[in-house]
Design a protein around this ligand. Structure first.
Ligand code: UTP
Length: 403
């Protein structure tokens, strides 16, 4: 079908206006339009049913107490794996951090008080704890960016000399973008001949990484520790976690914290039809939310904190598997009929995102590894209040970080 007919068939005639575009711009614009995945765009009408469909039961994991007892054993295994180059870290930094509201990449946010301390810097400090525990062995760090922040992120690391990390171990890769639609399903433009594109969620990290030659540069890597940019307290390539996951024989490990109360708004690990799966807080019935396990804790109490260890062989097997697309309401800057750029104050459209949490199910097996939230979970999502710069500063101070 010709592009014009395709656009008409999908009710997107408004995209055909190319007035004022040069031939070169037109070519680029059309080639972008040709590559639209209509199956995804059409999801705004009937979003996928993402509620757990299978039989849900609690999953067994390693508790803080059990980990404490076997800490030295796990640590030894983890350190050996890291020293053998089997573990790489993957920093998901392609998000836009709209809630924090900074125009620069979130990792460039300065959380210091008496001196500067950038989020990226704090993460590198955390990595150095492991480098030192491994007798000075650096481990690879793959940083996922998006078209929106790639250049700025790379330039920042260069300018700061990678905060002392060995840059030979650092690689950047860029995730894919997805278009956005308004509430009537019309694709939005952010400029003349420019679709409003945004990062397509953190679920595509492996397919984006797999397309590069980064993995062949580090052929020994067997495990990838994926983590979010915004948890400044998190342990990265934590040898104890690595060792425990390897010893468990599972294909994935997930750091979890105990839920603070039955209705806390976190996704919890469980088994769905025998497969590890993360169930969202709103999918838990009251009965499930309040159910107690044999140990007296909530039966569904392992809240995920976006820190996973994935087995690379398994990732290769599932690289082309489909994961659900989430249709999310967001504020999307767009060009109005008069050709003016509008930055909406309220949500005005849908974005299409896949999420890393949906990969857990595909891994086939997963070890929940409990950590203490006050020591390992200080996410920065907002400027103030819950999960904010303020709350993260308090937690960093509690853990002895000088701000
Ligand atoms: P969030 O869910 O907090 O999304 O991302 P966000 O886009 O950064 O922030 P808001 O919702 O606009 O405020 C969790 C992690 O996943 C990464 C983020 O950078 C963060 O580390 N992420 C998110 C990506 O790498 N790519 C994406 O497309 C989305």
């Amino acid at each position: 079908m010709k592009l014009e007919e395709t656009l008409k068939a999908h009710g997107q005639e408004h995209l055909l206006n190319t007035k004022g575009l040069s031939e070169e711009e037109k070519r680029e614009y059309f080639s972008r339009l040709e590559s639209i995945d209509w199956n995804t765009v059409e999801l705004w009408k009937n979003p996928e049913d993402l509620s757990g469909k299978g039989e849900i039961v609690p999953i067994e994991g390693l508790t803080v107490q059990e980990i404490e007892k076997r800490k030295e054993e796990f640590k030894k295994v983890g350190i050996e794996a890291i020293r053998a180059g089997k573990v790489a870290a993957v920093l998901l930094a392609g998000g836009q951090g709209t809630r924090l509201g900074s125009s620069s990449p979130k990792g460039m946010y300065d959380i210091g008080v008496t001196h500067s301390l950038y989020i990226f810097e704090q993460l590198i400090h955390n990595m150095f704890d492991v480098v030192n525990a491994c007798g000075g062995t650096f481990f690879p760090l793959f940083i996922m960016t998006s078209d929106k922040n790639d250049q700025e992120t790379r330039a920042f690391f260069e300018e700061k000399n990678y905060f002392g990390y060995d840059k030979n171990y650092v690689r950047f890769f860029v995730q894919d973008m997805a278009p956005s639609v308004d509430f009537n399903g019309k694709l939005l433009l952010e400029g003349k001949g420019k679709l409003a594109l945004s990062p397509n969620g953190n679920g595509g990290w492996y397919s984006s990484l797999h397309r590069t030659n980064i993995e062949s540069e580090f052929p020994n890597v067997e495990w990838l520790n994926v983590f979010a940019v915004d948890n400044v307290l998190q342990r990265i390539a934590d040898p104890v976690f690595v060792g425990a996951t390897l010893e468990s024989g599972k294909l994935c490990g997930a750091k979890v914290v105990r839920k603070a109360e039955p209705r806390e708004k976190v996704g919890v690990l469980c088994l769905e039809d025998g497969q590890p799966s993360v169930i969202e807080y709103y999918e838990l019935t009251d009965e499930m939310a309040n159910a107690k396990g044999p140990d007296g804790y909530l039966a569904y109490s392992f809240g995920v904190i976006l820190n996973y260890l994935f087995n690379r062989k398994r990732l290769v097997e599932i690289a082309n598997a489909r994961i659900p697309v989430h249709v999310v309401k967001k504020k999307v800057p767009y060009l109005n009929e008069k050709g003016e750029l509008v930055k909406p104050e309220v949500e005005n459209g849908y974005k299409f995102e896949t999420l890393v949490v949906d990969m857990v199910r595909l891994m086939g097996s997963c070890l929940p590894f409990e950590v203490k939230r006050e020591h390992e979970f200080a996410p920065i999502k907002n400027k103030t209040g819950v999960d904010s710069v303020e709350s993260a500063r308090e937690l960093l101070t509690l853990n002895g970080v000088k701000l």
